[in-house]
Design a protein around this ligand. Structure first.
Ligand SMILES: [Zn+2]
Ligand SMILES: [Zn+2]
Length: 324
């Protein structure tokens, strides 16, 4: 399986402002002049030694993730990242009106829906767009995105044929060689994570969630979302301190995800749903603090003679392609 991160910002798109971009450019150019004065020559070498957040940053588009195998592909959510995915799909069968698209919705907050009216394949006659959710009001929420005066094209005038499918909680559904199973997350409005399985590999999508249920007994029937997972994507909108202040806001922090991943022996972990109010430097700082936390709990466990499970983790960036 391949997991493509088209949009990972939380709550609201957060593009870099021209002023932020200019500041970053100025700082970078000044450092490059110093780099050259020390004998460095290539601009490419200079960029390569800068941390990720000083180059492209973490990205500003909201929730849209694509899970693919050579046989099929499934989209999770329709946030603003969906526009570019739609443009890419339109280069293939979707552009000719011969495409079949599957979209799973976790829930219907704006950041998970707002790209849908800008998804090119939905306007092309002949395409079949299948939408899935556990929630019974899926159709009502999707139709609501194409209502005048909020959007000029009405739902009935969309070119593609749209099918709505209701998912059963914790019951797998198959898309050719991908199996997807919904499990409930902890969010102010009902939200569902998905466990994807293909050829013995597991990808788990755990966003948006405050993760108020942590223990195996509290998680109960939803525990399989976190078990035997190769790659997990987890909600880290806030720093740990912010998360303790924002009770019932529906989002988590990286240390909580790490605790869960270490206990359940998750192999690789990617944090997303970054706070739209946080500049890239703040997200990078939260990643640094999480690194300190992780190293400290590893050291503490080892000092007591335990062999803690090590997790390969990072704060993800828009555009990342993860091989599961
Ligand atoms: Zn969200
Ligand atoms: Zn939400």
């Amino acid at each position: 399986m391949k997991v493509n991160l088209w949009g990972i910002r939380g709550s609201l798109p957060a593009p870099l402002t021209p002023a932020h971009l200019e500041d970053r450019l100025l700082q970078t150019l000044e450092e490059f002049i110093y780099f050259q004065s020390q004998g460095g020559k290539s601009a490419k070498d200079f960029l390569a030694q800068l941390p990720h957040h000083r180059r492209g940053g973490f990205g500003g588009h909201t929730a849209c993730i694509q899970v693919s195998t050579p046989q099929t592909s499934v989209i999770i959510d329709g946030g603003s990242g969906m526009r570019r995915l739609g443009e890419q799909l339109a280069l293939g069968p979707c552009g000719l009106g011969r495409g079949e698209v599957h979209i799973l919705f976790t829930h219907f907050h704006w950041d998970h829906l707002l790209g849908l009216p800008f998804f090119l394949p939905i306007f092309i006659p002949g395409n079949q767009i299948h939408m899935y959710a556990v929630q019974e009001d899926l159709e009502e929420n999707v139709r609501g995105m194409f209502k005048k005066p909020r959007f000029p094209v009405e739902f009935k005038d969309l070119g593609a044929k749209i099918f709505f499918h209701r998912l059963e909680p914790r019951v797998p559904i198959h898309f050719k060689d991908i199996q997807a199973t919904p499990y409930q997350l902890d969010h102010p409005d009902p939200c569902w994570g998905f466990r994807f399985e293909n050829e013995g590999k597991v990808f788990s999508h755990c966003v948006d969630s405050e993760c108020t249920r942590m223990s195996a007994s509290d998680l109960g029937a939803d525990l399989p979302l976190y078990q035997n997972v190769d790659v997990m994507i987890f909600d880290a909108q806030y720093t740990f301190l912010e998360a303790t202040e924002k009770i019932n806001w529906g989002h988590s922090s990286a240390p909580i995800g790490l605790d869960l991943a270490m206990r359940e022996k998750v192999k690789r972990l990617f944090f997303i749903h970054h706070d739209p109010a946080a500049p890239d430097s703040k997200i990078a700082k939260a990643e640094e603090q999480t690194r300190e936390y992780y190293e400290s709990i590893l050291a503490a466990a080892r000092s007591q003679g335990h062999n803690p499970h090590e997790v390969d983790w990072c704060f993800a960036r828009e555009g990342m392609l993860i091989e599961v």
